[in-house]
Design a protein around this ligand. Sequence first.
Ligand SMILES: [Zn+2]
Length: 93
Amino acid sequence: MFRVLLYALISIFAITFIRMVVGILTKGFADLLRDETAGQSARKPSRQVPTSGELKPCRQCGTYVVAATAIQVSVHGETVYFCSEECRGKAGV
Ligand SMILES: [Zn+2]
């Protein structure tokens, strides 16, 4: 009779222990995923085209582009900006 009780207790402890381990693993995995997601969102801005800085209108189509990333062409000493090579080609400069 005592042995049955002992087995029952061991089973309960074993189940509790397994649940605890699974809980820790699941939590750890969730943390890992969260870190991955946070890391991705942290890395994102560096891959994006800079959105701050001086804005210049494209001479051909009028689209405002960041001066740092725009195509700059010097025409008669004046710097003109283009949003793309296509616009630059159309403008003929
Ligand atoms: Zn343009």
